[in-house]
Design a protein around this ligand. Structure first.
Ligand SMILES: *Cc1c(COP(=O)(O)O)cnc(C)c1O
Length: 426
């Protein structure tokens, strides 16, 4: 039982915390695997993992061990000195990214370039680093523009907000820095290129913009065009990275070799971290960029434990079978509720169900909370699932049982049912 009941926590929050979030009326006190417990002792199935952050679920042994080690030895010394786990985490990210797939070592041309990593504390900070790399890279020949996509999300700092292709976020915060150009979609990007373009910056699977996985052929085509023109391809893998797509980065699934990859959410299992990995190893010189907290002992020890655990799960194919199982479950929900959902979207364990209307969507969210299964909202009425990558079959089963109970309570109007019938005549 928590020291403070829910009402006390809520009152404190409302009195002292800036109201930037529309929170659900629940507070958790502990968790294990994909289960969470609230202040009243009720258990929840976590299909959101704190927006794709708790990649190993809650209270994972390997992560606990890594954090204990840091607490007992060192948490922070600053980047004025060498930091062993930071160097090791950078090495792991680069090596896991570069290695070929087992069994077929020569089929995939392995990337011969050297890569290096910068560590910060969040997705936005990882993206700021990418933006600075693009700016400095383009400086010598007067190129500074960065092209981003409609419906993208790149963060909440002023520059990453400007990069974000959703106008609703821009309303109150002008003026923004210059040099960001918006393209409607992948096929519109070539129209936007000019002699001042330094980089194209995209999410391969748009996380906040509707779990929209870009078309693989189109992405590969774009990569070729950019390479020819010496324009950087930078990929925001803050949400899709660190095995959420099935591979360490979605870039591998797409078969592209970007110049910059950013990551954050799942990398340290909940300890704040962000990283920007690039093969432009000599753009920055000492003094060009930095971070006080970035890459300290605590976060990089956590990152090492996460990577080691997930790489093992990728190798022994548990990640693959969990993903297949989760997709089968989503498909059966889709089949059972054609009046509610229109299709399954996403890649790997970054997936969703497209909901037919805004009105049903809000009903689903509140019903899921009542039935104690945590799901997420994404743009364009997509019900988003980012379960812990370590989620077990029985946790998945329990979560879907609850989801189905929640769906039973929906009030689907007759017009929606008829609209559905005329759309899918079968
Ligand atoms: C969450 C997210 C960000 C922002 O990350 P923060 O850690 O909140 O700064 C940036 N890009 C993508 C794709 C994201 O999903």
């Amino acid at each position: 039982m928590a020291k403070h009941g829910f009402k006390a926590i809520e009152a404190l929050d409302i009195t002292y915390v800036l109201p930037t979030y529309a929170r659900a009326r629940v507070a958790f006190v502990k968790g294990k695997g994909a289960r969470l417990q609230d202040t009243q002792g009720r258990d929840y199935i976590d299909f959101g993992s704190g927006i794709g952050v708790a990649s190993l679920g809650h209270s994972h042994k390997a992560l606990q061990k890594a954090l204990k080690k840091s607490a007992k030895t060192l948490i922070h010394t600053s980047n004025l000195y060498y930091i062993e786990p930071q160097a090791k985490l950078a090495a792991r990210l680069v090596e896991y990214y570069k290695r070929g797939d087992e069994g077929k070592p020569n089929t995939q041309k392995s990337d011969k370039s050297k890569w290096r990593v910068f560590f910060g504390n969040s997705g936005a900070e990882a993206n700021e680093c990418a933006i600075k790399i693009a700016r400095k890279y383009g400086q010598k020949d007067g190129r500074y523009k960065i092209i981003t996509l409609d419906s993208s999300f790149h963060g909440r700092t002023i520059a990453t907000l400007k990069a974000t292709g959703q106008d609703k976020f821009h309303k109150h915060f002008a003026p923004f820095p210059d040099g960001f150009v918006r393209a409607k979609d992948l096929s519109d990007i070539p129209n936007k290129l000019d002699s001042e373009t330094a980089a194209v910056f995209i999410e391969l699977v748009q996380g906040e913009g509707g779990i929209n996985a870009l078309d693989k052929k189109q992405v590969q085509h774009l990569a070729k065009i950019l390479k020819k023109q010496n324009i950087l391809l930078m990929v925001d893998e803050v949400q899709s990275g660190i095995y959420r797509s099935g591979e360490i980065f979605a870039s591998k699934v797409y078969g592209i070799e970007p110049d910059v990859i950013t990551m954050a959410k799942g990398l340290a299992g909940g300890v704040p971290i962000g990283a920007c990995m690039t093969r432009l190893i000599d753009v920055f010189e000492s003094g060009d960029h930095g971070s006080t907290f970035g890459g300290n002992f605590l976060s990089t020890n956590a990152g090492l434990a996460v990577l080691k655990t997930l790489e093992k799960m990728r190798k022994d194919r548990t990640l693959e079978s969990t993903t297949k199982y989760f997709h089968t479950k989503l498909d059966s929900v889709l089949e059972r509720y054609p009046a509610v959902f229109s299709k399954r979207v996403g890649l790997g364990l970054m997936c969703g169900l497209q909901v037919r209307s805004e009105e049903i969507f809000s009903q689903i969210l509140s019903a899921c909370l009542r039935h104690r299964v945590l799901v997420l909202r994404s743009g364009g009425n997509v019900l988003r699932f980012l379960p812990p990558l370590t989620i077990t079959k029985s946790e998945i089963d329990e979560g879907f049982t609850r989801l189905l109970c929640a769906l039973k309570e929906l009030k689907i109007s007759q017009t929606q049912k008829t609209a559905q019938k005329s759309k899918n005549p079968k």
